[in-house]
Design a protein around this ligand. Structure first.
Ligand code: CMX
Length: 466
């Protein structure tokens, strides 16, 4: 049985990540299926590596901060370390050095399936190793066994009116789930800081196991009659169980969920949801509180809520021009959006400068499974028309589509038409990346985050700019 280990080389001049997938042949018996034990073996080595690196290079400069960066959302400032993934502006995301097509190739799949299992991606994110099938199966089982919700969370969700946005419901439920935090209890009882990661790990595994149950409860309560969440099948994977709890049993939809939950998981450390989880976690707020904070950021229309916004925008467009449109009608609608001071949702990115590979793999899924769908055709036509218009504006740095431009179309095709639910699916997936990072934050003993801010007067004085 082959186990892959991913290493990356960073060339200082190009800043490009060159993945080298070196195959280490190991006996299956060597590949422990106990993730916590695997981490316990890795953590001291990584601690040592970083201590020695910082000893040698702690005072080395990695960049400069300009005034524009300070006012401009800290764009481009290298001020965070994130091990789980790196985002290249031209190439897109690499999870521990692996691109999305590479993950689709090497990560274990469900029996008869073609898409990677998110359990495998989680193992990759948190350990840096591509897992075996046995390791992935162990994670599926562990998450299924940890999935039960405490009664007060179900009561809370059942009592929220259906008018509360699904993302607010998710945030509220994840916040009160912190009654279960093993980290918070251990901290209160005075556990030594060297053990923090172990409790954050336990909370991580519980939270990821429970978040689909919370999400499915929100869906059934808000859009259906509140019943119908069956029992978890402990022989099945995380996405299968989530799809079934939502009320979908089409095998193609379950495959879509596996892909969806894999590709939305992580986008390096600086995006709003990932950075928020890291920031709030740095105050030693427990993983539930940290994750809920991240979800509040994901719920913003410039971030995760864009998947909802895209569908609303597409529906308005369709209502106005119908299915038999010409290019000029598309252009007119896009210009109308821009001239009314709104963004074209699903296009642009703070880091990416090319089409998002998360868009591309969803497009490939559509080409394979729903090539004739009229909404897919509309999305494809918009892909041709929007970028030149955004470029014509002269200020948009990236005119290409991002992940959110495509996801809703796929969900609509399989009958999941409730647009204001889409960001919850993004949130379920995001748990994998941000919590894998949070475990490492505590394992490495990273301190409370506290960058220095300045006033405009102070800045002018410091730069002698008057
Ligand atoms: N439509 C219209 N204008 C856009 C635009 C778009 N899709 N993308 C960028 N712009 C505008 C910005 O609003 C900004 O205008 P002002 O100078 O008037 O404020 C200008 O172009 C420069 O922005 P930028 O440097 O290219 O982009 P930012 O890094 O500031 O913002 C993002 C990135 C994603 C917020 C922006 O492209 C956007 O609003 N896109 C639409 C919303 C969206 O799809 N968000 C999802 C992103 C992915 C995710 O996080 O899930």
């Amino acid at each position: 049985m082959a186990l892959f280990r991913i290493t990356t080389t960073r060339f200082a001049d190009t800043q490009k990540i060159v993945p080298q997938v070196s195959v280490i042949l190991r006996q299956l018996s060597d590949a422990s299926t106990d993730l916590k034990a695997v981490l316990a073996a890795k953590i001291p080595k990584e601690q040592e590596r970083i201590v020695s690196f910082r000893k040698k290079h702690g005072n080395t400069k990695v960049g400069e901060v300009t005034v524009d960066m300070m006012y401009g959302g800290m764009r481009g400032i290298k001020g965070l370390v994130c091990e789980t993934s790196v985002l290249d502006p031209d190439e897109g995301i690499r999870f521990r050095g692996l691109s999305i097509p590479e993950c689709q190739k090497v990560l274990p799949k469900a029996p008869g399936g073609n898409e990677p299992l998110p359990e495998g991606l989680f193992w990759l994110l948190i350990t840096g190793d591509v897992p075996t099938e046995a390791q992935v199966k162990a994670i599926s089982k562990e998450w299924a066994n940890r999935a039960e919700l405490p009664a007060h969370v179900v009561t809370l969700l059942n009592n929220l009116p259906a008018t509360v946005h699904p993302m607010s419901q998710l945030s509220a439920a994840m916040t009160v789930l912190n009654s279960e935090s093993k980290f918070a209890k251990a901290y209160a009882s005075g556990v030594h800081k060297s053990k923090y990661w172990e409790y954050v790990y336990e909370d991580t595994m519980d939270l990821i196991a429970k978040v689909p149950v919370v999400a499915a409860t929100i869906y059934r309560n808000t859009f259906k009659d509140g019943s119908g969440i069956g029992a978890i099948d402990t022989t099945k994977d995380w996405s299968y169980n989530f799809a079934h709890m939502l009320g979908y049993d089409n095998p193609e939809f379950i495959e879509l969920m596996r892909l969806y939950l894999t590709i939305h998981s992580d986008h390096e450390g600086g995006n709003v949801s990932a950075h928020t989880v890291h920031l709030v976690g740095s105050a030693l707020s427990d993983p539930y509180l940290s994750f809920a904070a991240g979800m509040n950021g994901l719920a913003g229309p410039l971030h995760g809520l864009a998947n909802q916004e895209v569908l609303i925008w597409l529906m308005k467009l369709r209502q106005q021009i119908g299915d038999k449109y010409n290019e000029q009608q598309l252009k007119d609608f896009i210009w109308k959006t821009l001239k009314s001071g709104q963004v074209v949702p699903g296009f642009g990115h703070a880091v990416l400068r090319k089409t998002d590979p998360r868009y591309t793999c969803q497009r490939e899924f559509a080409q394979k499974h729903l090539p004739e769908d009229p909404l897919f055709k509309l999305v494809s036509d918009i892909y041709k028309v929007v970028p030149p218009i955004l470029l014509e504006l002269g200020k948009v740095k990236n005119p290409w589509p991002n992940v959110d431009a495509h996801s809703g179309v796929l969900l609509q095709y399989y009958g999941l038409k409730e647009m204001n639910y889409y960001t919850v699916l993004f949130g379920v997936s995001r748990a994998l990346g941000v919590l894998a990072s949070l475990v490492w934050d505590r394992a490495l003993g990273l301190p409370i985050e506290r960058p220095k801010s300045m006033s405009t007067d102070g800045l002018i004085k410091a730069l002698k700019a008057n």
